[in-house]
Design a protein around this ligand. Structure first.
Ligand SMILES: Cc1cc2nc3c(=O)[nH]c(=O)nc-3n(C[C@H](O)[C@H](O)[C@H](O)COP(=O)(O)O)c2cc1C
Length: 387
């Protein structure tokens, strides 16, 4: 099945990334939690609660998607998609498109990529002036276009330059500065521990590790053991990322690595309720930190535990797809129709008759027509169920 990120007008066109599969299902058993799921984390003076982060995703995490996820609940921090430091300084339109956000998105982090310390420092100042709560450096993007200019994961082979960037950006802004990186270029060049230590010594507020190498792309499993190694090496918060598909996975990555927060990418468009489900799971199953556990009502019965989190009903799915599409149309985001089509295949996943709806949506000629087809489909289904 075509995934939303296979589409030519999102990621591959912007970044040249090869299409990526859904996170692989982990087969290893989930161990008894060694660390309870943290209720919150602090990055500098910014409190992130709950300790969950929506991963930056090019072509996906625009203002509409970020607010949509935030409104569903359970997500502690949202981030922009990666944004060229050079581009935002040179072109007002790039700034408007990638760094625009609304007041209800706080706390929000802007992710930059580039390779020039002074350009990144200037772009970080701009990000601070625009009111972002944090600024993040991308050292993970595997796209050839980005790597060729030494940005994204290309920098992983030049630690001295990374140090210069860390120092320049840190000196340029007061807001917390974080970095998101892959473990290294390939299995022979794993630099994640060294990089995290350098980040800490340069005054960065947190690190996020996507536990794959650049060479790995999105293949194989994320190797969470690298997150554990980074966590053992530094005192600043460590955010674990890679292949979290469920609340069980979210608790397992914390248990196995000791990480301070989890970051979720590909599962968010497939299951936008995942953040809320993690919150419910932590409360109902009891892998939560004390603050969350103290909120656990005495009515949290065995019945609740046998249903550790709510699964969306068909009516929920309808409400969700309609809300998201309406938001896209209202915001008039560039490429709204294309985004609606991409997301439709995910949103209708598991809905009986979903294939027919997807076909109707792909044939539609405008955003309004797509919304109309969705409404027709679900209205008919829900009415049939009611009679
Ligand atoms: C469509 C798409 C776009 C992405 N864009 C970015 C990006 O702009 N910046 C970034 O740091 N990572 C980007 N990533 C990587 C994700 O943030 C995340 O690290 C990766 O998908 C692994 O997490 P997951 O297994 O939860 O998906 C992107 C991933 C996908 C699938």
């Amino acid at each position: 099945m075509q995934k939303f990120w296979d589409s030519a007008d999102t990621v591959s066109a912007r970044t040249g990334e090869t299409p990526v599969p859904t996170p692989p299902v982990r087969t290893a058993p989930v161990p008894t939690p060694a660390r309870v799921f943290p209720a919150a984390l602090k990055v500098g003076n910014v409190e992130i609660a709950p300790a969950t982060v929506l991963a930056p995703m090019a072509g996906v995490t625009d203002t509409v998607f970020r607010r949509f996820i935030k409104n569903l609940g359970g997500c502690g921090l949202i981030m922009t998609e990666f944004t060229s430091a050079d581009g935002v300084l040179r072109d007002q339109r790039v700034r408007g498109r990638y760094l625009h956000f609304y007041a209800d998105e706080h706390p929000i982090s802007a992710q930059l990529f580039g390779s020039s310390p002074s350009v990144l420092a200037d772009a970080a100042r701009l990000v601070e002036d625009l009111g972002f709560d944090l600024v993040d450096l991308n050292l993970g993007c595997p796209a050839k276009k980005v790597v060729k200019c030494n940005g994204g994961s290309g920098l992983l082979r030049d630690l001295p330059l990374i140090r210069q960037i860390f120092e320049a950006v840190r000196a340029a802004v007061k807001i917390p500065f974080t970095v998101k990186f892959r473990a290294g270029w390939n299995d022979d060049e794993i630099v994640c521990v060294e990089l995290a230590r350098m980040a800490e010594s340069c005054g960065l507020g947190a690190v996020a590790l996507h536990a794959r190498t650049r060479e790995q792309g999105y293949s194989g499993n994320a190797r969470w053991e690298w997150i554990a190694s980074v966590k053992q090496a530094v005192k600043i918060p460590v955010i674990g990322n890679g292949d979290i598909r469920s609340p069980e996975d979210a608790c397992a990555i914390v248990a196995r690595t000791g990480c301070d927060a989890v970051m979720i990418g590909r599962m968010a468009p497939a299951n936008p309720w995942i953040f809320r489900q993690i919150e419910q799971y932590v409360v109902r199953v009891g892998t939560g930190a004390s603050r969350v556990q103290s909120e656990r009502s005495s009515a949290a019965s065995d019945a609740a535990i046998s249903k550790p989190y709510d699964e969306p009903t068909e009516a929920d799915r309808y409400q969700m797809i309609r809300t998201y599409f309406q938001m896209l149309l209202e915001e008039e985001v560039p490429g709204a129709e294309g985004k609606m089509k991409q997301f439709a295949s995910w949103f209708t996943h598991g809905v009986p008759g979903g294939a027919a709806l997807r076909k109707a949506i792909y044939e539609a000629k405008s955003g309004e027509e797509i919304l109309g087809r969705v409404e027709e489909f679900f209205d008919a289904r829900l009415q049939a169920q009611a009679t």
